[in-house]
Design a protein around this ligand. Structure first.
Ligand SMILES: [Zn+2]
Length: 208
């Protein structure tokens, strides 16, 4: 047998397209589990959000209430009569894509991949990718506000282009740091306390 021939190739080639899509989804889920430890939203929720208290009134007096159209567990709060799902209040709420797509997207965000490229790679629209990016940013916003770097501190910075602004009719190139550039600074001190990133739009870098 040709050692370069994938023994699964014939099996995959013979699959009807719908079955191939299911297989591709299953492979992505397995890869996702190997990468982050979970292959589905429910597995992640069970680990990180085991208490399904009501997001409206914080009551723990709830009952199961079927499933959402996306297949996620839904709950009914007996205290305030609101319905919510296991994903309510998370970045994944209302998402129709699988967890593996989110993991791919966030991985690309960590590598400063432009939103258009990430959208293309993840098979989602630019509008969806833009919304996802804002959800992720909103989730991590403020978590580093109380981090204080001490003693000797090292700061570095880089600039990335915010492609969402390029379509802005009011955008004009300017001298210095263009408005469509985002300055991202990272820092670390001698105690190895890290300030992972600080993003600033506009005409000057963040103060070191
Ligand atoms: Zn409630």
């Amino acid at each position: 047998m040709d050692r370069h021939l994938n023994p699964q190739s014939g099996y995959v080639d013979a699959l009807p397209y719908d079955d191939f899509k299911l297989l591709r989804s299953a492979v992505a889920a397995r890869g996702c589990k190997g990468k982050v430890g979970f292959s589905t939203y429910e597995e992640a929720i069970a680990a990180y959000r085991p208490n399904r208290i009501c997001p409206c009134c914080a009551s723990d007096n709830y009952r199961r209430d079927g499933s959402t159209p996306s297949g996620h567990q839904r709950y009914f709060c007996k205290a305030c009569n609101s319905r919510y799902s296991s994903l309510t209040g998370t970045v994944f709420e209302y998402s129709k894509k699988e967890l593996s797509t989110w993991v791919d997207f966030i991985t690309m965000m960590c590598h400063n991949v432009q939103v258009d490229t990430a959208a293309d790679m993840c098979g989602i629209s630019h509008h969806t990718a833009f919304g996802w990016r804002h959800r992720v940013m909103a989730t991590i916003d403020g978590y580093q506000d109380r981090i204080v770097l001490r003693d000797r501190v090292w700061i570095d910075e880089t600039y990335v282009t915010d492609t969402s602004l390029l379509g802005d009719s009011d955008w004009r190139p300017r001298r210095g740091l263009p408005r469509n550039k985002i300055c991202i600074a990272v820092g670390i001190d001698t105690r190895k306390t890290r300030l992972p990133s600080s993003a600033v739009m506009g005409s000057r870098p963040p103060n070191a």
